[in-house]
Design a protein around this ligand. Sequence first.
Ligand code: AMP
Ligand code: MG
Length: 433
Amino acid sequence: MLSVSDTQAVILDLVQPLDHQSETEVVDLFAASGRILATPVTSNLDFPHWDNSAMDGYAVQYTDVKHCSAQQPAVLEIVESIPAGYQPQSTIGQGQAARIFTGAVMPKGADTVVMQERTSQKENRVHIFAAPQPQEFVRRKASFYQAGTQLLPAGIKLSAAEIGVLAAAQCPQVSVYRRPRVAIFSTGDELVTLDQPLAAGQIVDSNGYALAALVRQSGAEPLMLGIVKDEPAALQKTIADAIANADLVISSGGVSVGDYDYVDQILETLQAKVHIRAVAMRPGKPLTVATFPQSPHLRVGLEEQSPPAQASNNEKVIIYFGLPGNPAAVLVTFLRFVQPAIKKLAGLAQGWEVEFVKVRSHQELRSDGKRETYVWGKLQLIDGVYEFHKAGGSHSSGNLINLAQTNALAVIPVGKTLISPGGEVEVLPQNWV
Ligand code: AMP
Ligand code: MG
């Protein structure tokens, strides 16, 4: 049985990102939030575009004001007023100043801005009561960014800040990776859809819905293949359908050692390479990870208009995740292993691995010490310090009810059996609510 960290390493090694040339699309900047940039962006504009004022005040020559004080103010002649958006008309000479406003272009001759609060204006003269620093409150042309250098690298997720930068650089559209397609299906004779009446022994396929939400939140597009009976023929047909139409496949259920757990057997029939069958974690021990070679002739509906990508040295594969059926195990294994794989597949250049933060545990947390144990709960800010509060109720992996309203998973490492109240614990913060 592999450790959690070895499992993560094996999985990330198997994932090949989408092709940065052929598996991309152009989107309007307004629709680009959350997408991953496929091509580096360079601008031919400097930022700032020209020297400009960082304050409302007066543009002056530093030598005219460097010795002034409240007792001996410098008195300068105002030769122009420059609001934002206008080109200055005059050159500031010795003994002169221009009234200037935030963001306005610096006039020739001036090298320093004196903030309005340190001055007083009388008709066309300004009295300056405090010496500024040389070049104070001047934003120099190209001091934020130099034209022709890289503005944004490929492989980053576009959020508000990056979208603002792209707008400022006059990019109305951007090239982003297409969203990976993730096939999802649920296995089990006990499962019905949520609109069906529940007969004895039946439960609703909630995993399909939870997984679709997780896949969307991870920036991918779910392809819902529904419920599949615990029958080899039905499973085989669905898996074949999934690998023909998706970049990554997730099933839940059927990977344990029960008589009706057929997934591993069918994967072998379909000649998948099975890399992982079990992980030393709780919940989530039965976990199957397999790969299928990507066969272009099967990939109907995914054909790109552009010519096929150059053959790469790294074999491209479709990754199959057979998650356990229990709802808590589905969430934990998705967050721990599937989400990093989707991030890498989606073109993100780095930051695929999950990141834990150290916080204080509100109550004691226990484990048998043999498997890495995940406990769900809520991070709460107590007197400015984050504290982990374990969810109340049963921590059975079959209980999905008390997962609601949680926002973090705490991890108890192998070899540790107890975290005391107030003790340090590592948590994986999540926004699944
Ligand atoms: P399995 O891994 O197939 O043995 O499933 C373990 C348990 O998980 C089952 O007994 C069900 O209670 C539960 N389960 C399996 N699939 C689902 C599903 N799609 N939605 C909700 N619960 C499920
Ligand atoms: Mg089952």
